[in-house]
Design a protein around this ligand. Structure first.
Ligand SMILES: [Zn+2]
Length: 408
């Protein structure tokens, strides 16, 4: 029986079964088609004890992360998010040239470069060799390793304890939470602060964001389950902010268990919100699969009706969440002719599983489809505005999550 990644209790209660799919970021080159694809179960449990929602780790972290094709510097809104975070943290916690800042999963240095510019000593830690090399050559000191207790002790001996640690969107990707969180405990100075950001499970459940479940995301945290995890390894949360990023995220501020920091009202308020939702009980998780199935049925009904009426449907956005969604729904190119994406690295490749071709956005204007399914629903407004010309031939936009919506 599988064990909980956080508290080690046996996992007995299914949360969501999305079938078997290839890795969501494993785009397929057309000449690799004859070799087939490896499918892994996409099955999420909820722990009866600490209530962490999680996947079995079928796929090793080395397979997923050692040459990760995603450079976060590509998104301008995310760069602005990072700049504001650095500004806020620096001001609130008095971070300056006397401090030491670490970022875990620092990517190509897009966030730490703000500290470099302010002459604040910092070190990035990232396991992807190609990305760590890019950061170093851009002037952001970066240590290439998987973060954990051993890595924390090594960098602490060389660079000193952390006054500030930042870990954005990495907690969900960690297979061994015990070793990872122990690393923060070991590296953090007695009055140091960690800022974690991760998608909020409450938003995932309420907005039926099942397409944010994919193999690279091992864990899905509520405030409840993340606080239990921190306390288990000698840390504690003292503040939380709710962010709109990734469909709704939490920014959790954490310190040593015995640090001199008071809990904020925001933290107490969010605990109360989760308690009212039943986050500590079975009922918060019980009907999620039914809601997911309803989204699938409505979307397939739309696609079948469109096909019967001779309408042409295209997709927008070749990101991970679109792949979970299309594969769970069993959609292939007979129902969605092609998907467009702005990234030139993806164009000409095929989506994993569905094997739908990825083209540049120009193809929409050349072929004038009747419907464009926006797969990254969190960018709906931005994409509708970008593609406003679609209306000139009567084209309409479609979003399927949390419920089917046709935008004329
Ligand atoms: Zn647990």
């Amino acid at each position: 029986m599988p064990k909980c990644r956080s508290c080690n209790a046996p996992l007995k209660t299914p949360f969501c079964d999305l079938g078997a799919t290839p890795l969501a970021n494993a785009l397929v080159a057309p000449d690799r088609l004859p070799f087939g694809e490896v499918h892994y179960p996409l099955f999420a449990w909820v722990c009866d004890d600490c209530r962490l929602v999680q996947l079995d780790a079928f796929v090793s972290r080395a397979e997923i992360f050692s040459d990760y094709p995603y450079f976060s510097s590509f998104s301008t809104s995310w760069l602005e998010h990072a700049r504001k975070l650095v500004e806020g943290l620096t001001r609130r916690f008095g971070i300056g040239p006397q401090s030491m800042v670490y970022e875990i999963a620092s990517n190509d240095g897009y966030l730490l470069k703000n500290f470099v510019a302010a002459d604040i000593p910092c070190l990035g830690i990232d396991p992807a060799a190609n990305i760590a090399a890019a950061a170093n050559s851009a002037g952001v000191p970066t240590h290439c390793a998987f973060f954990g207790k051993a890595c924390a002790e090594e960098v602490k001996a060389r660079h000193g304890a952390a006054d500030l640690m930042i870990a954005n969107n990495v907690l969900a990707h960690v297979p061994d939470l015990a070793d990872f969180v122990s690393g923060f405990k070991a590296l953090l100075a007695p009055e140091g602060v960690v800022s974690f950001e991760f998608p909020h499970l409450l938003r995932l459940i309420e907005d039926v964001q099942f397409d944010t479940i994919y193999h690279e995301h091992f864990s899905y945290f509520s405030l409840l389950s993340v606080e239990r995890l921190m306390v288990a390894y000698g840390l504690r949360a003292f503040d939380v902010e709710q962010l709109p990023t990734h469909g709704g995220s939490l920014r959790l501020f954490v310190c040593q268990a015995d640090a001199d920091r008071e809990e904020t009202q925001a933290l107490r308020d969010l605990r109360a919100v989760e308690a009212a939702f039943g986050m500590a009980e079975e009922r918060a998780y019980a009907r999620f699969q039914d809601k997911v199935s309803a989204v699938k049925r409505d979307f397939l009904r739309f696609l079948l009706d469109a096909a019967a009426a001779g309408k042409r449907v295209a997709g927008y956005g070749a990101a991970a969440k679109g792949n979970t969604f299309l594969n769970y729904c069993g959609v292939r190119k007979d129902l969605i002719s092609f998907v467009v994406d702005r990234s030139p690295h993806k164009q000409g490749l095929l989506l994993p599983g569905s094997l739908i071709e990825i083209s540049g956005p120009d193809r929409i204007f050349a072929e004038k489809p009747d419907y464009i399914v926006i797969l990254p629903w969190n960018l709906k407004e931005e994409i509708v505005a970008q593609l406003s010309e679609v209306r000139s031939w009567g084209g309409q936009f479609v979003v399927a999550v949390p419920r089917l919506e046709i935008i004329p």
